[in-house]
Design a protein around this ligand. Structure first.
Ligand SMILES: [Zn+2]
Length: 123
């Protein structure tokens, strides 16, 4: 048996970047879409705008003399989000494509492409 399957999401390298639009595919926020605010490369987690909100109890301080509840995004594991494809209008798995002559000084440029429709989803 020689099966060579290399899912792009399990290469150990994050291919989701800040400001990408992603769709959540697992957990209580399943189906939600949002913009990536931050990528935490060390833990393999991403912070998605208005997604996976958690309430933090704040003690009164100078900025907030009343104290109280603060809602804040909590990071999701990157394997629980998919990059949005504007053409498919859904979260998709993506692959990589090398475009010759599109990089700096005519070098090769690696781009991310939708696996369904092959639309280029950015670098
Ligand atoms: Zn697509």
């Amino acid at each position: 048996m020689t099966t060579t399957t290399t899912p792009s999401l399990n290469t150990g390298k994050l291919s989701i970047r800040k400001n990408d639009m992603v769709q959540v595919i697992a957990g209580r926020e399943k189906g939600k879409t949002g913009r990536v605010l931050k990528v935490l490369a060390k833990t393999g987690r991403v912070l998605v705008e208005k997604t996976n909100m958690v309430k933090r109890h704040m003690k009164p301080n100078q900025q907030n003399p009343q104290g109280g509840l603060l809602e804040k995004e909590s990071a999701l594991h990157y394997s629980n989000v998919l990059l949005m494809c504007p053409k498919c209008n859904r979260g998709v798995r993506h692959g990589h494509k090398v475009e010759a002559g599109k990089g700096k000084k005519g070098s090769e440029k690696k781009v991310r492409v939708c696996k369904r429709c092959e639309t280029v989803l950015g670098e």
